[in-house]
Ligand binder design. Structure first.
Ligand SMILES: Nc1ncnc2c1ncn2[C@@H]1O[C@H](COP(=O)(O)OP(=O)(O)O)[C@@H](O)[C@H]1O
Ligand SMILES: CC(=O)N[C@@H](CCC(=O)OP(=O)(O)O)C(=O)O
Length: 269
């Protein structure tokens, strides 16, 4: 795909949005959804981070390797890590870049292990094994790609100082990239319309309310890393995190539907 010099020059001037595409819906992403992303790209720079949890589960099952989760994070043995890396950096990363390219999006796939993109350390080696938290992000690399009019598509892995690869939850990875890149917005695209309580969508959720929902068990499993990393990433530049469904176009009748997470105290149920 060719890009004019003027398009390249303006790439870094657009506000940045980080979009995390969950493994829960990656395989079902509709053409309409991707076309709606293209519309968003007219006014925003976008970095994609993708998951692949269900695909990792499927591969582990085929190989009869057991794996458990703790608060939405996969307990990762050396054996599980090998499969996670294969599925995330190989299968899912190439699946998504191919799909985006089919829609003429100039996608460039890489994992957090490439170009020292994600510098990581063990989150909790004793209980979780080879699971990482993000210490730093090579933002120069991401800026360089955006300036060249590439759309980065990141698989959630990282490397320690010693060169050990770690499995990083994709929500955690996306939030860290959004924070370090001073993105304007972070969007988690998943298989539910947002945070639900008794089947009803919560349109806006503050920090206190989210912790209350976790305590009551209303937020559980894969929703936990989303909300926790969202709260951690919110800052003066990143004012809003959205959790949205991948089943509808990202902007619906001019509006983004889902749960908005902010640091504000008020709650709208
Ligand atoms: N309060 C909640 N509202 C909606 N979904 C929730 C809630 N608590 C837990 N979940 C679970 O979180 C899942 C989304 O997280 P996850 O399965 O990790 O998806 P993804 O692969 O998109 O990150 C939902 O499908 C649902 O099962
Ligand atoms: C440590 C950890 O939990 N890693 C995740 C990485 C993939 C992921 O987060 O995928 P989803 O977004 O589809 O959940 C895992 O192994 O499943």
């Amino acid at each position: 795909m060719t890009m004019s010099k003027s398009m390249q020059a303006t790439a870094h001037k657009k506000p940045l949005v980080v979009i995390k595409l969950g493994g829960s819906m990656l395989k079902q992403l509709s053409d309409a959804f991707i076309e709606s992303l293209k519309e968003l790209m007219e006014s925003k720079n976008i970095i994609f981070v993708h998951g692949g949890g269900p695909e990792i589960n499927e591969m582990l099952e085929k190989l009869q390797i057991k794996s458990d989760f703790y608060e939405g994070q996969r307990k990762t043995t050396a054996e599980v890590l090998e499969i996670a890396e294969m599925v995330l950096a190989g299968k899912m990363n190439k699946f998504l870049t191919t799909k985006l390219q089919k829609h003429h999006i100039n996608a460039l796939g890489l994992s957090g292990c490439d170009g020292q993109l994600i510098q990581a350390s063990f989150l909790n080696e004793k209980d979780l094994g080879f699971v990482g938290k993000v210490d730093d992000v090579n933002i120069s690399l991401l800026h360089a790609l955006l300036d060249l009019a590439y759309i980065p598509v990141v698989a959630p892995l990282g490397k320690t100082n010693d060169g050990q690869t770690l499995n990083i939850n994709a929500d955690v990875c996306a939030a860290a990239i959004a924070e370090k890149m001073q993105a304007e917005q972070l969007i988690f695209v998943t298989n539910v319309p947002g945070i639900l309580k008794d089947g009803v969508l919560i349109e806006e959720a503050s920090e206190n309310f989210i912790y209350e929902l976790i305590d009551k068990g209303i937020i559980y499993g894969g929703m936990i890393p989303k909300v926790k990393s969202a709260l951690q990433a919110l800052s003066n530049s990143l004012k809003e995190v959205m959790i949205v469904s991948g089943n509808n176009p990202i902007i619906h009748n001019g509006k983004m539907l889902g749960t908005k997470i902010s640091k504000k105290q008020e709650v709208v149920v």
